[in-house]
Design a protein around this ligand. Structure first.
Ligand code: GTP
Length: 237
């Protein structure tokens, strides 16, 4: 207990990572494992807010590229994040972690509405708060929602847990000689066009001096290591 380097963090989880090898939907073994990892970090004394993507269920940008109206497809993507949020809440509560889901789009029968001060109160009481439905607006990604919520709740860092170890100079899936950065500045990320987060999210972090730590969600124990301040992944600041 009390071994955490951070008092409060915002964890951004990739929806796609929850799909596992099946490529879509929710892999129950993976979500259980991720919930165990979050529970470990929570026991370490860190207050945790979570934003989860929806790409395992619906990708708004891909649908709009296919001809669907961008705003409609983004709203569908926001609903997908709500499905993931409820699944993660269930998995976390099975690990004994009290959680609250707050949605940016009102759906009172399913989740609390997003209320900043209430979210902070939940965190202070030791509850993990899952922020669903992105920012509630089309044209904004869940990465931007993560940056916004992190700033609003006063998180010290955004931890972006993905399918790769950190930020590389080239796509590591296509280039075996891609090199991972240990540390980068926001401007380097923007100038090099590195795909860590979209530029709106990176700019919001830069303006609010919010560090972004990216690491691999697939490696068990990484969330705890990150909250302990161990050196993993790539740090943007
Ligand atoms: P404190 O009163 O600060 O201890 O917080 P609390 O979350 O335990 O109390 P509250 O009475 O607000 O909520 C009790 C339960 O109802 C929690 O599981 C909440 O997530 C849930 N809840 C609260 N408001 C709403 C809502 O508007 N919609 C839905 N679906 N659930 C809600």
């Amino acid at each position: 207990m009390g071994s955490s380097a951070f008092k409060r963090i915002l964890l951004k989880l990739s929806g796609e990572a929850l799909a596992g090898k099946q490529g879509h939907g929710i892999n129950t073994e993976i979500i259980k494992r991720v919930a165990r990892d979050i529970a470990e970090a929570h026991q370490g004394g860190t207050e945790i807010g979570i934003v989860i993507g929806g790409g395992n269920i619906f990708r708004g940008i891909a649908a709009s590229a296919g001809g669907m109206d961008r705003a409609s497809s983004d709203y569908m993507g926001m609903l997908a994040t709500c499905i993931n949020a409820l699944a993660l809440q269930d998995a976390l509560e099975k690990e004994g972690v009290p959680t609250r889901v707050q949605s940016a789009i009102e759906m009172a029968e399913i989740a609390e509405p997003y209320i900043r001060r209430k979210a902070i109160r939940h965190l202070e009481k030791g509850r993990v708060v899952i922020f669903a439905a992105g920012t509630g607006n089309p044209y904004f990604t869940t990465d931007t929602a993560a940056a916004l919520r992190a700033a609003e709740i006063g998180a010290e860092v955004i931890m972006k847990a993905t399918k790769v170890n950190g930020i590389y100079d080239r796509d590591p899936a296509q280039h075996s000689d891609a090199v991972m950065y240990g540390e980068l500045t926001y401007i380097e990320v923007l100038n090099k066009g590195l795909k860590v987060m979209d530029s709106t999210a990176v700019s919001l972090c830069m303006d609010n001096k919010l560090p972004i730590l990216t690491f691999n969600l697939m490696t068990s124990g990484n969330i705890l290591k990150a909250t302990k301040g161990e050196s993993i992944g790539t740090l943007v600041r």
